[in-house]
Design a protein around this ligand. Structure first.
Ligand code: GLY
Length: 394
């Protein structure tokens, strides 16, 4: 057994957390010539195992999130080249589909909500087209006859997060990233600088820079000084997976979504016949129980949208935790603690923001400078004392 002071390896970068964000950071940094290690008991799993994989910068636009929209759109634009490079590097597919999205309304309230969204999209210069109920059903014949109208968004696509994670894991291995399949227990801080981490088995890993990318768990790592602990909270999402048997295909040709009595529901059809139905949004701490109520509400709302769905085999029910942040935007780049960077807090947009997160983190790790497009998302925005100090004239 190792003593807690054994140092097993030293790398340029140690990434704590091997979910999709940790893996893309590791892969991109390794591609830039850095030596990289990742610590995670089960890399490639986490929230990506649950996520539906909508790349919905336009349909998931919210009031007050215009700055985040810029990052979302920039990442969406990088997706085709990103998956091409990743598929080449890993030899694995990612299930990326440039299929577009249709957001529909089932009653007058939902239609008013969708009209508001359309107006907001137009004000933000985004492309979406208002359709009548009949036009919606012409596009997607499985929709309920009662659909009252909808928004066609041709730029919101999808990817399969499980395949994306598997491809990133293989790409990391091929790029020489060292995977420590153990939990990181404590950040090592000496002389006012992060210098690595101690794993749950006592192994000490030393690194020039440490990236904390542990999703909803990012605020729980021991040893992180209080003033730089990321304000991340878990937001539970329950998701269903169904299978579309061959005689029913093509069941839906694009992502279909709606707000039904105030709850968001979406149906994401994969090329391989999987249909993902999501998602609840619940502030229940660390609870990941799949509940009868959650499944019932998702099926009830999805059935109102697409009645034929109840014929399909239900193959999986799962709950995961989105890493929520106080302003729903991620925390990217250096913290006030030298040597410690964050890539966390992606909340609803982790899969969408994967390409740009990898790029900006690799840039920050290799040059020490956070690229312009990521500056509004510096973790320092949540450290008022630090920001105030920085803003004082020299
Ligand atoms: N972006 C989809 C979700 O968070 O449920």
């Amino acid at each position: 057994m190792r003593s807690s002071t054994d140092i097993r390896s030293t790398t340029d970068v140690l990434v704590i957390g091997g979910g999709i964000i940790g893996l893309v950071t590791a892969w991109r940094a390794a591609r830039r010539g850095l030596s990289v290690a990742v610590a995670d008991p089960d890399p490639g799993r986490g929230a990506a195992r649950v996520a539906a994989g909508m790349l919905a910068a336009v349909t998931e636009l919210h009031y007050g999130e215009e700055t985040l929209l810029g990052l979302d759109l920039a990442s969406a634009a990088r997706y085709p080249a990103f998956v091409a490079e990743l598929e080449e590097a890993s030899g694995l597919g990612t299930g990326y589909r440039a299929c577009g999205t249709l957001a529909v309304a089932l009653d007058a309230d939902d239609r008013a909500h969708l009209r508001e969204l359309h107006a907001l999209q137009t004000r933000c210069g985004l492309s979406s087209t208002w359709l009548s109920g009949r036009e919606c059903r012409r596009l997607e014949p499985m929709l309920a006859p009662g659909v009252r109208g909808g928004l066609r968004v041709d730029g919101d696509h999808q990817v399969d997060p499980r395949r994306l994670a598997a491809a990133l894991l293989t790409a990391c291995e091929r790029a020489g990233v060292v995977l420590h399949r153990t939990l990181a227990a404590r950040l090592t801080v000496t002389g006012g600088r992060a210098r690595g981490a101690v794993l749950a088995d006592g192994t000490a890993l030393a690194a020039g820079q440490v990236v904390l990318a542990a999703g909803s768990l990012s605020g729980r790592l021991a040893g992180v000084p209080e003033e730089v602990v990321p304000p991340v909270r878990p937001v539970k999402g329950q998701v269903l997976r169904l299978r579309i048997p061959a005689p029913y295909a093509p069941f839906l040709s694009r992502t279909v979504r709606a707000v039904v009595r105030g709850s968001h529901v979406y149906l994401v059809p994969r090329e391989d016949g999987e249909l993902v139905v999501g998602a609840t949004s619940e502030e229940l701490g660390w609870d990941t129980t799949v509940t009868a109520g959650g499944v019932y509400e998702l099926l009830r709302d999805a059935h109102e949208l697409v009645p034929g769905l109840t014929e399909l085999p239900l193959t999986e029910t799962l709950a995961g935790l989105r890493p929520g942040s106080p302003d729903n935007a991620p925390m990217l780049g250096p913290t006030a603690l030298p040597g410690l960077l964050l890539a966390t807090g992606h909340y609803r947009n982790g899969i969408l923001l994967t390409p740009i997160t990898g790029d900006v983190m690799a840039e920050a790790l290799t040059t020490g400078v956070l690229p312009e497009e990521a500056r509004p998302f510096s973790p320092r925005r949540f450290s008022p004392a630090t920001s105030a100090r920085q803003e004082q004239p020299a």
